[in-house]
Design a protein around this ligand. Structure first.
Ligand code: ZN
Length: 173
């Protein structure tokens, strides 16, 4: 199964993958239910937080996937949550600081947990307006680095590289 789901979340009957429009979706095999379990990319948000020395804030991931690798602070949006609210919440949870958003710098598609979950990543450029960043939650440590000092091989997930070296680098040009 492409998505790994076996049973209908509404009635519990087995799902089967069918072509719906031009996509494959899990569909309930019980005719009276026929629920289409629509699958979408999961929205995530992250922040490129700058300081006045021209450095950006990077987090060392505490948990799998990619524990020990470098990540931008952020996370998954909650149900019905606006990306602006999500990034303020995630930064408070992970770093204990308040940020001000300067700009959204685009969208990046990626995968999480191998190919299990498709992600839609929404990055912002931001600045700390209150507090001193302290690693919390799923962050093991933080570091401030200039873009040119970041080793691409240390980065978790492909979207971090795209966000930092394409979207953010172009935004700052
Ligand atoms: Zn069903």
């Amino acid at each position: 199964m492409k998505f790994g789901f076996r049973y209908c979340p509404k009635c519990g009957a087995p799902l089967e993958e069918r072509t719906v429009g031009d996509q494959i979706e899990p569909v309930c095999t019980r005719v009276e239910c026929a629920y289409i379990f629509w699958q979408n990319s999961k929205p995530c948000t992250c922040a490129v937080i700058e300081n006045d020395r021209g450095e950006v804030l990077l987090c060392v991931r505490k948990h799998e996937p990619d524990a020990g690798k470098i990540d931008l602070p952020g996370g998954f949006l909650e149900f019905g949550e606006h990306p602006h609210d999500a990034i303020h919440r995630e930064i408070r949870e992970e770093l204990g600081v308040t940020i001000e958003i300067e700009a959204g710098i685009g969208f990046v598609m990626d995968w999480y947990d191998g190919k299990e979950v498709a992600t839609l990543n929404i990055p912002f450029v931001a600045h700390i307006v209150e507090g001193t960043p302290t690693p919390n939650d799923d962050v093991a440590a933080i570091q401030w680095k200039r873009l040119e000092d970041i080793n691409r091989a240390d980065l978790a997930f492909r979207n971090n590289e795209t966000i930092l070296f394409e979207l953010y680098a172009n935004y700052r040009k």
